[in-house]
Design a protein around this ligand. Sequence first.
Ligand code: SF4
Length: 152
Amino acid sequence: MSRILTRSIWVYHFAAAPCNNCDIEILDALTPKYDAERFGIKLVGSIRHADCMLLTGVVNSKDLPRLMSIYQQAPKPFFVIAVGTCALDLGIFRGSYNVVGPPDKHIPIDAYVPGCPPKPEALLSAVVKLIEKVRNDTSKPGKKKVKGIKKL
Ligand code: SF4
């Protein structure tokens, strides 16, 4: 993994199919109260400028092609943090007719933040722990295995 990413992680927010409370907590974490920028964490509007994706909600049949397309455009190495119970195990959306599974069924996830919704402190803690993980990882950079888009 690239240690250069430990200096300042720029994040891109992808809301798959959440109830939006997780998204509100992400915005809260970026406010001056929690001051994510002191860790170099900055929200960017394009996946091409990002080092990490914050992913909320479950993936449904409409989201999946978009998620795969966006992930493939991300510069590598790239990290994904699944935010909220829905992104971990479908949460309240389990059993919904159009859900195609939790995100880790489709793309590699590097960190999970449980909670419904998780607090801003938990989000910041996850990013900081991810930075520590990258810093301590001595393995050579390699391509992550990405599962292909399944026919829906
Ligand atoms: S984990 Fe909870 S707050 Fe987050 S999107 Fe799912 S239902 Fe909403």
